[in-house]
Design a protein around this ligand. Structure first.
Ligand code: FPP
Length: 240
């Protein structure tokens, strides 16, 4: 097993905006969906690489709230792909001690997908080698809004909370409560933007942009991003 050198700085939480499946397929004269199928192999490769490198949390932006506006046929294909992928990968999660978590606006997901998600999450809840998080029907602003709604209700019940409010009070109401903020956010396919992803949680994240399309982003590319991260000087606004 290929592990990173002990003296390099390994990020605890790596997050990936998986982009470029459609372009990968178009370049080959294939239907967009073929890019998504191929992208599943990249998910598997990066999960393996994350375990090998000692990363504790790997999160993937698989479907944004905005993605619901794609053609219905593509949305349906992506949803059934998620179901199949989770069913297929469950034995691997068991074998490799991987906790599987889905975060996002689950009320918009269909019953079958929600049942498979519940099953995978319950079965793997006690595992701790790697936590694999899939963001589904997620957007950063949606997350902040749903946390603000919870806060508003809690303040209505206890108005003194408004006076004592701290950043932690909002963090604890985000869907990512309990998960460390991402140290490194990778975006594939050459786009250099956050696209309504982890807006609050990514406040101090390092960014790694690569022109490699998601279906081509495999173990070597993942290791390259970690190598680059290990050279960054994180100051959190302070002077060293
Ligand atoms: C972005 O490429 C990719 C997506 C919106 C879907 C990614 C989802 C998967 C690979 C399935 C993952 C499944 C699990 C269970 C983790 P794009 O379609 O936006 O590509 P384009 O920008 O080239 O059009």
């Amino acid at each position: 097993m290929n592990t990173m050198q002990e003296n390099t700085k390994t990020p605890v939480h790596v997050s990936i905006i998986m982009d470029g499946n459609g372009r990968w397929a178009r370049e080959r004269g294939l239907e967009r969906v073929r890019g998504h199928y191929e992208g599943i192999d990249s998910v598997r490769a990066c999960t393996e690489a994350a375990v090998e490198c000692g990363v504790k949390y790997l999160s993937l932006y698989a479907f944004s709230e905005e993605n619901w506006n794609r053609p219905q046929a593509e949305v349906d294909t992506l949803m059934s792909l998620m179901v199949k992928c989770m069913e297929n990968e469950l034995p691997t999660f068991h074998k490799n001690n991987i906790r599987f978590v889905v975060l996002g606006n689950r009320s918009r997901l269909n019953g079958e997908l929600n049942r498979v998600i519940d099953h995978c999450m319950e079965e793997t809840a006690s595992y701790d080698r790697l936590t694999l998080i899939v963001f589904l029907s997620y957007s950063g602003r949606w997350d902040i809004l749903q946390a603000a709604r919870k806060l508003a209700l809690d303040i209505a019940a206890d108005p003194s909370l408004a006076e004592r409010l701290e950043q932690r009070d909002l963090s604890e109401r985000l869907v990512t409560a309990g998960i460390p903020d991402p140290d490194l956010i990778i975006r594939t396919s050459g786009e250099q933007r956050i696209s309504n992803y982890l807006l609050w949680q990514g406040a101090y994240s390092e960014f790694f942009f690569t022109s490699v399309l998601w279906p081509d982003f495999r173990k070597d590319e993942f290791r390259k991003a970690l190598e680059e991260y290990s050279k960054r000087d994180r100051r959190y606004g302070k002077v060293k």
